[in-house]
Design a protein around this ligand. Sequence first.
Ligand SMILES: C[C@@](CO)(OP(=O)(O)O)[C@H](O)COP(=O)(O)OP(=O)(O)OC[C@H]1O[C@@H](n2ccc(N)nc2=O)[C@H](O)[C@@H]1O
Ligand SMILES: Nc1ncnc2c1ncn2[C@@H]1O[C@H](COP(=O)(O)OP(=O)(O)O)[C@@H](O)[C@H]1O
Length: 306
Amino acid sequence: MSPAAGRDGVGLYCPAKINLRLRVGPTRTDLGGRHRLDTIYSAVGIWDRVELRPTEPGSGFRLSLEGEQLGDLNRRDADPHANLAVKALLAMAQATGHEPDVAIHIVKRIPVGAGLAGGSADAAGTMLGLNRLWNLGMAAADLDRIAASLGADLPFCLHGGLSRGTGFGQILEPLDPDGPKVQRLSRAGLTGHLLIGAYESQLSTARVYKAFDLIGPGPHDLNDLQETACTLHPRSRQALDLARRAGIGPAFVSGSGPSVVVMAPRPEQAIALIRLWREQNAVDRIIEADSPVLPRMVPLRVTHGQ
Ligand SMILES: C[C@@](CO)(OP(=O)(O)O)[C@H](O)COP(=O)(O)OP(=O)(O)OC[C@H]1O[C@@H](n2ccc(N)nc2=O)[C@H](O)[C@@H]1O
Ligand SMILES: Nc1ncnc2c1ncn2[C@@H]1O[C@H](COP(=O)(O)OP(=O)(O)O)[C@@H](O)[C@H]1O
């Protein structure tokens, strides 16, 4: 991780997450009623920026959001305590005996409720930033434990890169970038340049998992939740069909969706797919990115005139 926090705080670049494989098993009481998973997480270069600045002692936390597509975060009645970054601040404060006197500013670029773990990314960035801002020196295992209490894919968001996830998604086996497993993923076209097709509408992860128990997995999908997500959000199926018919891919739904991921290693493939998606109005937003990537931390400095 990069240099220590600056005098005025710390900034984190928090990547999104996709699932290159997502096998969903039955719900388990020993997993808190969640489904058993076997997944390959990959961090993707769509970046939220989380800025943490100390506030006056005893003044409590502040939250501010910035971005074009804030989804349901933009509701006037949105409770700041429901924001996953705030939940992470309060959990870290409780675990370490610190007062949560921190201003959190989030610049959102990860589509909200998209299956890209935008909330978990911001929460993980907040945890990494506080570890530095408060000079905690917390061990990774302790951070992972707090992260797992906040969300199933939050532990992965602390680390980024490529990891296998089991349990309810919180047990991680980081994949060696130079090892045989990642080489196999690359040969299958599952690393490198990709397109994300995103939507104004959101899918609730809880709703998708509940519907999955009735709908089940598609026969050949990389993602067991894909058939459910496409049933609940047919435009995702349309976007995937267009990619498949154009021979561009692999193409799959990201996590609980609705966003879709199409691996497009060659520029002409990306250009062709962007044209197809736009002609057919198959998606609302198209983002080009690379994967895997790692979270990044930068010191904040007061800008002139601030
Ligand atoms: C589907 C996945 C795939 O990586 O990602 P997203 O699509 O959300 O990004 C994750 O499993 C989502 O992780 P996360 O979004 O952190 O889930 P949580 O907040 O912990 O739980 C949201 C809802 O999903 C259910 N859930 C979550 C994980 C799991 N293994 N089984 C479940 O049934 C929970 O019971 C809860 O009702
Ligand atoms: N910082 C945050 N960024 C995005 N969503 C958040 C955040 N905090 C809380 N949420 C809520 O979490 C829900 C899921 O958001 P997100 O993590 O982006 O999607 P997904 O779980 O599908 O990957 C949304 O309803 C959103 O209101």
